[in-house]
Write a protein that binds this ligand. Structure first.
Ligand code: HEM
Ligand SMILES: *[C@@H]1O[C@H](CO)[C@@H](O)[C@H](O)[C@H]1NC(C)=O
Ligand SMILES: *[C@@H]1O[C@H](CO)[C@@H](O)[C@H](O)[C@H]1NC(C)=O
Ligand SMILES: *[C@@H]1O[C@H](CO)[C@@H](O)[C@H](O)[C@H]1NC(C)=O
Ligand SMILES: *[C@@H]1O[C@H](CO)[C@@H](O)[C@H](O)[C@H]1NC(C)=O
Ligand SMILES: *[C@@H]1O[C@H](CO)[C@@H](O)[C@H](O)[C@H]1NC(C)=O
Length: 320
C-alpha cells in the first residue's frame, strides 16, 4: 500500500519535472542565488556603450543570432577550435561583434556569484539593456536558460537572408514558433545599427535584367547607396545605417520603409506584402504600440529552443 502511493507520488513528481523542462523560465530565477545579476549586466553594458556607441546594435543582433540558431543557448558566444569552426566565424560574421562586453559581464558575475548565471541569460539581459538604454522599452527578462556545448559555422546558413521575400521571412520565423507580427516587430531591431555594402549592394547594381536598381527602393536613396557602395565588391567598412536615427531606438525604421528607404530587400519586402504592411503602418503611426509589441516579442524570441538542462559555462567562449 505504502509502496503504491510512493510510486504514484514519484510518478507525479517525475511528470512535473518533465513539464518543467518545457516552459519554466522565470523573471526571479537569480533572486536568491545572484541578486546582483541584473545590476552587474546593466552597468557593464552601460559602461561599454559609452566607450563604443556601436555596442548596443551589436549586442541586439548577437541575441537574435543566438536564439535563431540552436535556440537561445549562447552557441553564438563559443569560439572556434582547431577541430571545429564556430557560428561566430560562419559566413555572415562581419558584424556580430562586441563579444568582449559579454565576457566582461560574465567575469564580474563569476566573482560575485560563481558558476550561477548562464551565458545565455547574460546575453538575454544585455539585449534588454541595450534597447532600454538607447530609448526603447524595457521588460522583465525571463531567466534560467542553460548553455549549449555545440556551435557550428555552417548553421549560420539557417539565418534569414537579407534578400528573402515576405513568404521566406514568415517561414523562417514560423519555424521558431514566431508569428507574422513577431517578424515585423522584431525586424524593428533595425532601428539600431549599420550594414556593410555586401548585404544590400545587389539592390543598387544590376538588380535585374529589367531594372538596374530595385524598383521598390526610393530613387534618391538608391543614388545615395550607390555612392556609398560604388561597385558590387566593396571591401572594408563601407555601408549604410539602418535608419536615419541609428543610435536611437525608435519607430523611424518603419517610417523609412514606408518611404522606400529600407536598406535590405527583406525590410522592403514586408512593406510590399498585405500580410505585413498593415503592421508596419501601425508601428509608423504609433511608437508606443511598437514599444509594447517589441517587449512582448523579445520575450518570445528569448524562449526559442531554450535548454533547461545543460551547463552554466564558466567562460562564455568555451564549454566547461
Ligand atoms: C527578419 C530577418 C532579418 C534579416 C534578413 C536581417 C539581416 C541583417 C543584416 C544583413 C544585417 C547587416 C550585417 C552587416 O552587413 O553588417 C543586419 C544588421 C542588424 N540586425 Fe538584422 N536581420 C533580421 C532580423 C533582425 C532581428 C530580429 C534583430 C533584432 C531584434 C536584428 C538586429 C539587427 C541589428 C541591431 C543590426 C545592426 C548590427 C550592427 O550595427 O552591428 N535583425 N541584419
Ligand atoms: C568600462 O569599459 C572600458 C572599455 O571597454 C573598460 O576598459 C573598463 O574596464 C570598463 N570599466 C568598468 C568599470 O567596467
Ligand atoms: C569571419 O571572421 C573570421 C575571423 O575574424 C575572418 O577571418 C573571416 O574572413 C570572416 N568571414 C567573413 C565572411 O567575413
Ligand atoms: C552543417 O553540417 C552538418 C554536418 O557537418 C549537417 O548535419 C548540417 O545539416 C549542416 N547545416 C547546415 C545548415 O547546412
Ligand atoms: C519568395 O521566394 C521564394 C524562394 O526564395 C520563391 O519560391 C517564391 O516564389 C517567392 N514568392 C513570391 C511571392 O515572390
Ligand atoms: C553590371 O553587369 C554588366 C554586364 O554583366 C557588367 O559589365 C557591369 O560591370 C556590371 N556592373 C556592376 C556595377 O557590377
Amino acid at each position: 500500500m505504502a509502496t503504491q502511493s510512493t510510486k504514484v507520488l514519484f510518478f507525479v513528481l517525475f511528470s512535473f519535472a518533465i513539464c518543467r523542462t518545457h516552459a519554466a523560465l522565470n523573471a526571479h530565477y537569480y533572486d536568491q542565488t545572484c541578486p546582483q545579476a541584473e545590476f552587474i549586466v546593466s552597468q557593464t553594458i552601460r559602461n561599454a556603450s559609452i566607450y563604443d556607441p556601436k555596442v548596443p546594435a551589436r549586442i541586439l543582433r548577437m541575441f537574435f543570432h543566438d536564439c535563431f540558431i540552436r535556440g537561445c543557448d549562447a552557441s553564438v558566444l563559443l569560439d572556434s577550435t582547431p577541430e571545429n569552426e564556430a557560428e561566430k566565424d560562419g559566413p555572415p560574421n562581419i558584424s556580430v561583434r562586441a563579444f568582449y562586453v559579454i565576457d566582461d559581464a560574465k567575469a564580474k558575475l563569476e566573482k560575485a556569484c560563481p558558476h550561477t548565471v548562464s551565458c545565455a541569460d547574460v546575453l538575454a539581459m544585455a539585449a534588454r539593456d541595450v534597447v532600454a538604454m538607447t530609448g526603447g522599452p524595457s521588460w522583465n527578462v525571463l531567466k534560467g536558460r542553460k548553455d549549449g556545448r555545440v556551435s557550428k559555422a555552417n548553421d549560420t546558413a539557417n539565418l534569414p537572408a537579407p534578400f528573402l521575400n515576405a513568404t521566406g521571412l514568415i517561414q523562417a520565423f514560423a519555424s521558431r514558433g514566431l508569428s507574422v507580427k513577431d517578424l515585423v516587430t522584431l525586424s524593428g531591431g533595425h532601428t539600431l545599427g549599420f550594414s556593410h555594402c555586401s548585404s544590400f549592394v545587389a539592390r543598387v547594381h544590376n538588380f535585374s535584367t529589367l531594372h538596374a536598381t530595385d524598383p521598390s527602393m526610393n530613387t534618391e536613396f538608391a543614388s545615395l547607396l550607390k555612392n556609398k557602395c560604388p561597385s558590387t565588391n566593396n571591401n572594408g567598412d563601407a555601408g549604410q545605417f539602418l535608419d536615419s536615427t541609428a543610435s536611437q531606438f525608435d519607430n523611424d525604421y518603419f517610417k523609412q520603409i514606408i518611404a522606400g528607404k529600407g536598406v535590405f530587400g527583406s525590410d522592403q519586402a514586408m512593406y510590399n506584402d498585405p500580410r505585413t504592411r498593415p503592421i508596419i503602418e501601425a508601428f509608423a503611426k504609433d511608437q508606443n504600440m511598437f514599444f509594447r509589441e517589441f517587449a512582448a516579442s523579445m520575450i518570445k524570441l528569448g524562449n526559442v529552443g531554450v535548454n533547461e538542462v545543460g551547463e552554466v559555462r564558466l567562460n562564455c567562449r568555451k564549454p566547461n
